[in-house]
Design a protein. Sequence first.
Length: 544
Amino acid sequence: MVDGIRRRTFLGTGLALGIAGSFGPVPLAASRLGKAARPGRSDFEFEEATIADLQQRMKSGEQTARSLAEAYLTRIEELDRDGPALRALLETNPDALAVADELDAERRAGSIQGPLHGIPVLLKDNIETADRMETTAGSLALLGATPARDAFVSGRLREAGAVVLGKTNLSEWANFRSTASSSGWSARGGQARNPYALDRTPCGSSSGSGTAVAANLCAVAVGTETDGSVVCPASANSVVGIKPTLGLVSRSGIVPLSHSQDTAGPMARTVADAAILLGAMAGADPADPATAGKGGRPQDYTSFLDPHGLEGARIGIPRERFFGYSEESDRIAEAAIEALREAGAVLVDPAELPHAGEYDDSEYEVLLYDFKADLNAYLAGRPGAPVGSLSALIRFNEERRAEEMPFFGQEIFVQAEEKGPLTETAYLEALEKNHRLSRAEGIDKVMDEHRLDALFAPTTSPPWTIDLVNGDHGLGGCSTPAAVAGYPHVTVPAGYAFGLPVGVSFFGRAWSEPVLIRLAYAFEQTLEARRPPRFSTTAELEAP
């Protein structure tokens, strides 16, 4: 999630045949059936179905919330626990069908909560649910400690009528444990896979959410991002991801990494569905002061879905830092730029982003301090947690090394534990540098100079091969400026290289979600790039 030498800390990988997890060893016979082992599962009635499609079926009486939940749970059994064994989920909700029945009763009584009423949703396993499911951040250290209440996001989705189907796998502790980590791996779930090529990374840390949406295991899912953890798995799995402005969505009840950068965000197959989910997630929460201002106001983001939204839009292309690391990403991005031009956008090319790359080290410094302080506070307030502090977590991992650290260690944990309080000068100076260079002297500056509506770049490289020995080896990406600034970032599918997905990104000023959604939706409608996965065993190794 961070450019340069720190990038492997956040961006992740995905699989090794035969790795054991909570669903047992990967069935090798199924995983070696050849290219397109289960060719698209075209018999699944709701493949690529949108929220609007599902609502229409429930409105007509053709389907119910229960029948939808049953169908998606069967899909999960066939593809996630059997067949290609995607390992996108850690568990399903034992109460999902009962919840669906209640929602069906409400519909029959004429009470519909909104567009998410009866819609199957998955949550990343660092988002608390006060039910019979676990919330563990993928770690064995939090098993059995049921949260006292739903996270604000979970509660908002339940109030909106969503059926929470289960919890998704993730890069354990949001991929902030080791610089040699493999994204999508957790001690609870093993290694998540990319449904486009099973030997390729689903990226991280919201790997399970990205894979699940791409493989049609749910209608939509929720991920979280500190730097790259929504937009990278969205790009790697050919789905839409929105990393909101810091404070638009509450973080209360979410296992923290950094209060300076953390946010939850929607992941969906279409911009429209992501906009619906974002509207349901947003809202002011007294438990998260960051939501007290402008960002805490719920909004209907579907009102910005304009197919002509690119006409006259001024879009800047910051080439120096965010192009050139991947020939395939560049090829797809250049085609996307031409599509923007043909759709009526005014391109400022180049529009370089000042100071990009100059705050990588200070970002890491802030995250180390934040992680220790935030995790200690969180664990101290988690009822019945087997570990009550970062130091106790480090000891737990050492004692359970065979299960928790079979492939990579916890050197980032150790570095964070060595940090002092958030009052230290080193922390305050690094945080001030990050905000100044990424905001007023960075994104805001280039957008002011060129009167831009957004900046545009390839999101990251095509997904790389999973390597549990050496860890992640992503080539580059554009997530860091918006992440450090706390500004919004939207990624949209743009094309494929050897069958591997590549997304493109729109990012810009604080609270500019309406603008970015308008641009992303118009781009999506222009290009219509997404295609469902074929569950191939490897990349399509012929010329694209």
